[in-house]
Design a protein around this ligand. Sequence first.
Ligand SMILES: Nc1ncnc2c1ncn2[C@@H]1O[C@H](COP(=O)(O)OP(=O)(O)OP(=O)(O)O)[C@@H](O)[C@H]1O
Length: 447
Amino acid sequence: MTRLWIIEDEPSLAQGLGKAFEREGLAVTLIPDLAVLNRLLKGERPEIVLLDLRLPDGDGLTALPHLLKSNKEARVIVMTAFGDSALIVRAIKEGAYNYLDKPFPLEAARNMIRRAAEALDLSRRVSRLQGEGIPLVGTSPAMEKVRDFIAKVASFSDLNILIRGESGSGKEVVARLIHRNGARKGDFVALNCAAIPEALMEAELFGYRRGAYTGAAQDKTGLIEVARGGTLFLDEIGDMALPLQGKLLRFLDSRSFRPLGDTKETEVSLQVLCATCVDLESRIAQGTFRRDLFYRIALLPLELPPLRERGRDVLELLETFLAEFSARLGRPPLAPSAEVEELFLDYPWPGNVRELRNLVERLYILKESGDRAIRLADLPEEMLDALPPGSPFPSTAGNLKSRLDGYERNLLEEALAQCGSNRTRAAQLLGISRYALLRRMQRHGMD
Ligand SMILES: Nc1ncnc2c1ncn2[C@@H]1O[C@H](COP(=O)(O)OP(=O)(O)OP(=O)(O)O)[C@@H](O)[C@H]1O
């Protein structure tokens, strides 16, 4: 049961919160002042803490380092009088998880505590998973299905599996997990079919013997052979050239192949996993992908859902990446505001998990050290542009942009009218180059 400490001297507020969270299944302890807190800290460790900053026997903020020392994973939510922004910034800098402005509706506290509990649960789970070397984050029903699939296929090591999903959705992560969960002793070997020029692909995959062609000065072992006893992961299989598709099919049928320039067949046992972010059925219809190969590799298809369909996994992944980059860069973890988290739940993530990870890395790089809060203003503008219509976020950039565009057009028209349509003079009046004026006029369809 998750422990919640409520450090608050106002009895009615403390008791109201205490009752509400006991009903939610948390183990609540009410703490009226710093003296009681200090006694408690001698024998117990906090998990989630609601901390009032003005306590009868001193400043609540002084308790923050002691709480975090007792449990560095503790999620401390500070409660402040409205407008105490300097205190909030200090608290977040010193490691507070988030804040609530008093008076706050119970629902706001409930949401925040639920998130804190999820974050705690996640950090416990992630450290366990890291211990096992498994990096798959996400507990949405969609990801649970993926986990089930991985568990089910583990004992069948000769199956060909096709992992389908948008770019950045974690296909390679899943492929590595399938490999790791299986009984195979060999290596995991990945080949991106889109990254290797067609002319080199055959040699890369099947290898060659010395003298097979001019320039082949010595034998080259193909990746199929490198992956012997293990797993060959063919990423972007839809981009494999047609002649090679035929050779791959032959290998999958017979589990043997002949390196270029060799006279005998080599037999290899391995698991072949393929991944694609394109619709292979439409490639078949266009005649650029072999139907027979499709049936062979797609014996067991796994559909990896895009990040936008994984609900609160976004926040779990966010926590994971925040912790990862904080550890890697030796910086205190950044703390997203509640609006940023809500925006992340609304945003469609066209680049999926990779986009989220890159964004977190970028935030760590761009943030001044000392400023730990991630606010809406720290996010790239394109994110706000891409929010679905009706999203509650900043009077959406689309509106602002079209209003600014309209304003700019009016200014151009006025300047041109004043200068009798003389563009050189209108540009001078506006303080821009003639070229810049023409470009803007073209953009507004004014010439
Ligand atoms: N569920 C997950 N948990 C943790 N990290 C993840 C998860 N899914 C993806 N990632 C991370 O996101 C990034 C992109 O994942 P990955 O390369 O597996 O995507 P992909 O679908 O294979 O992309 P592409 O189609 O471009 O090859 C990697 O850094 C990976 O570690």
